[in-house]
Write a protein that binds this ligand. Structure first.
Ligand code: KG4
Ligand code: ZN
Length: 369
């Protein structure tokens, strides 16, 4: 099915979804036609002193926050639990402690209510968000190229259909957001660093410092940011970090941001060459909020006559609406294959869950391994 699914009134609806794979605790209720009935995302602050996500802190914070968050979202939707048609949760990839907390809470709800539980692959959820009604004018028909750039992920994925994904390339070291966060830390900007680096970069000259662009021009669309991060550290070495001149900090931020944009632009050009049938370019993940990166991606897509789409920021970063929507697309796809609504109550959360595993859901009985 290349266009968005037509509403199927007999599918379980609405879907209550939980997202807890990293440091955001989120819950949303979305009806089968894609209407967002209520949503909420709590950003955990306990990681700030550590300058990055601490898995144990994340799991405990999810545990503490989820019950009240779910009740709050039900209240906002004006619903009782019994009105929910299906329950979904991110079951991987991600930090296993948080995944266990969210998935088990969701499974408990599903069991108590006698509703199906749908396990959602977190990356698949990012990949399908652009198809949520109202996000893109054309509904992001398949196939399209997805650039997923966040604190934890950095990859190019050919999205060919629900359950049909081809990873074209990805980072061989840091994720793009991780690089922004590390550079922000070096510049004394706090965490998360992306927005702070972007704000500082506005005051700086992007050609102030010569920085490397690892892997640029190479075949394929893998990324590497660790050499760039080291180069920023080397440029900073002669300065007293506690008294860094503003123009140096701004110049480094701007030069770093330009280097990241150049790298990503080059990799995306290659990825589009690898996917000649792409009908659009979609970006997701926190780094897709970066204005200069968005401008570059828009330009690349326009030059190829393709639409460029990036969901609004709250749906680009980790959220539960995308988890609910992925569950809805999964139910539609199962229906299209003559299969029942999936029930994944026995599926265990997993820290790694390759997208290539997702096609097995829709394989004819007896052919999946
Ligand atoms: O998708 P996200 O909220 O969480 C996951 O990592 O899954 O992405 C967060 C990342 C952080 O590394 C943050 O520094 C980065 O996205 N980020 C940005 C911007 N806003 C957030 N990076 C560059 N420019 C931004 N405006
Ligand atoms: Zn994510």
């Amino acid at each position: 099915m290349s266009q968005r699914p037509a509403p199927a009134p007999d599918l379980p609806s609405p879907v209550l979804a939980i997202e807890s794979s990293c440091d955001d605790t989120a819950c949303a209720i979305v009806s089968a036609d894609g209407t967002i009935m209520a949503e909420a995302t709590l950003t955990q602050s306990g990681h700030v002193p550590f300058g990055g996500v601490v898995p144990e802190i994340a799991a405990r914070a999810h545990l503490g926050a989820l019950p009240a968050l779910v009740r709050d979202v039900l209240d906002r939707a004006g619903m009782k639990p019994a009105g929910i048609g299906a329950i979904a949760a991110s079951c991987g990839p991600g930090l296993i402690g948080g995944l266990i907390v969210g998935a088990n809470f969701a499974k408990g709800l599903a069991l108590a209510l006698g509703r199906p539980f749908i396990a959602v692959n977190h990356i698949e959820a990012h990949a399908l968000t652009a198809r949520l009604p109202g996000i893109t004018p054309d509904g992001a028909p398949f196939p399209y190229l997805l650039l997923l750039v966040s604190g934890g992920h950095c990859q190019c994925i050919a999205v060919e259909g629900v359950g049909r994904y081809r990873r074209l390339g990805g980072t061989i070291d840091d994720a793009a957001g991780e690089a922004f966060d590390k550079v922000a830390k070096m510049l004394g900007l706090g965490w998360p660093g992306g927005p702070a680096v972007e704000a500082l970069a506005r005051h700086g000259d992007p050609s102030a410092f010569a920085l490397p662009r690892p892997l640029m021009g190479r075949t394929g669309c893998d990324f590497s940011f660790s050499g760039l991060k080291t180069a920023v550290a080397q440029k900073l070495a002669p300065y007293d970090r506690a008294a860094l001149p503003h123009d140096v900090a701004a110049g480094l931020a701007a030069s770093f941001q330009m280097a990241v944009s150049d790298i990503v632009a080059d990799r995306i050009e290659h990825a589009l060459d690898m996917m000649p049938d792409a009908r659009g370019l979609v970006a997701a993940g926190g780094v897709a909020a970066n204005t200069s990166l968005r401008a570059r991606l828009t330009e690349i897509a326009r030059a190829r006559g393709l639409p460029f789409a990036a969901p609004p920021l709250r749906l680009c970063t980790d959220n539960a609406v995308m988890v609910a929507w992925a569950a809805i697309e999964t139910m539609h796809e199962a229906r299209a294959h003559g299969l029942p609504v999936p029930d994944d109550i026995a599926l265990r959360p997993r820290p790694r869950w390759p997208l290539s595993d997702m096609a097995a859901r829709f394989a004819p009985a007896g052919t999946a391994d």
